[in-house]
Design a protein around this ligand. Structure first.
Ligand code: C2E
Ligand code: MG
Ligand code: MG
Ligand code: MG
Length: 294
């Protein structure tokens, strides 16, 4: 993307590219103001046990209501926020919001005490030297138990520098929080490094789940990922579950959890807190002890 920008700069005389460069600069400016103007909100998407139907957690996802443009997708503005660095304050803001929200739900007993909340961590945040201290401070400030928080880091970010990632993840684990690898399977990396990473959860990228009906190779890959994760004591979430058929197949593959439009779209906090169980007919007994994986 940096290259694309450089190209745009050298060809500003071409109107379409010029317009794009202006739009991009405007986005950067607007992003910088969005926090203080309170234009962000958090939505929550349930992560459902494919064994019991219980909502085991939520993934927190940021939403931006732009004063002129309306809702802007995170797919559009997160990469820009990453490049300009504004993802860092935005990231702390969302983390605090989410910790505060779960703490409030817990205090009012509106959620199961085992429920965890997932927050996405960008690559830029991961390289902040004070990352662990900042996370610790937010937990302290909000009073949320570290075990209720799970940070999601995409596979590609971890693979950039596995050694550095191991060190940082270990620091985070020391706090008592949980860690997940996001968009797993898209990094084209070998699975062999996984045992080095102190992670609790693998989230299989939705491209695998999408193709589950038509691509036997993807099914085999999910099977491999699940059995490897099981050997490492890691649980598996399938992202992007959109149909009942996909859910059944994931159950048959012994995938622990599912997340996707089939269960629920990301919802605002008020709507999300009412989600407790989903109908998962066709469920079978867990391959793990009920005590450990209810
Ligand atoms: P992600 O972390 O992999 O989040 C899952 C994305 O898949 C979300 O998109 C979610 O709405 C979408 N999704 C969930 N179920 C389905 C489904 O069944 N079908 C389809 N087609 N999509 C589904 P969203 O909210 O647009 O976020 C996109 C990406 O932006 C996220 O991918 C994440 O990488 C990033 N992002 C979102 N919120 C944050 C945040 O607070 N901080 C950071 N650093 N990144 C964020
Ligand atoms: Mg995620
Ligand atoms: Mg993901
Ligand atoms: Mg993603």
């Amino acid at each position: 993307r940096a290259k694309a920008m450089g190209k745009a700069r050298s060809e500003v005389f071409e109107p379409a590219i010029h317009d794009r460069a202006i739009a991009r600069m405007q986005l950067e400016i607007d992003l910088r103001r969005a926090l203080e103007h309170k234009e962000f909100m958090v939505v929550y998407q349930p992560i459902v046990s494919l064994n019991s139907g219980r909502v085991a957690g939520f993934e927190a996802l940021i939403r931006w209501q732009h004063p002129q443009r309306g809702w802007v997708s995170p797919a559009e503005f997160i990469p820009v926020a990453e490049e300009t660095g504004s993802i860092v304050p935005i990231g702390w803001w969302i983390l605090e919001q989410v910790c505060q929200q779960l703490r409030t739900w817990q205090q009012h007993s509106v959620v199961d005490s085992r429920l965890t909340v997932n927050v996405n961590l960008s690559g830029k945040q991961l390289t902040q030297p004070d990352l662990a201290r900042e996370v610790k401070q937010i937990l302290h400030k909000t009073g949320l138990s570290p075990s209720s928080l799970k940070l999601e880091i995409t596979e590609s970010v971890l693979m950039d520098n596995v050694d550095a990632a191991v060190t940082i993840l270990q620091q985070l684990k020391t706090l008592g929080i949980q860690l997940a690898i996001d968009d797993f399977g898209t990094g084209y990396s070998s699975l062999s490094y996984l045992h080095r990473l102190p992670i609790d959860t693998l989230k299989i990228d939705r491209s695998f789940v999408n193709d589950i009906d038509c691509d036997p190779e993807k099914i085999e890959m999910i099977r491999t990922i699940v059995s490897m994760a099981w050997n490492l004591g890691i649980n598996v979430v399938a992202e992007g579950v959109e149909t009942k058929k996909q859910m059944y197949q994931l159950q048959a593959l012994r995938c622990d959890y599912g997340q996707g439009y089939f269960f629920s779209r990301p919802a605002d906090a008020e709507a999300a807190k009412t989600l407790k169980y989903f109908e998962i007919r066709g469920s079978r007994s867990s391959r793990r002890s009920k005590q450990h994986m209810p």
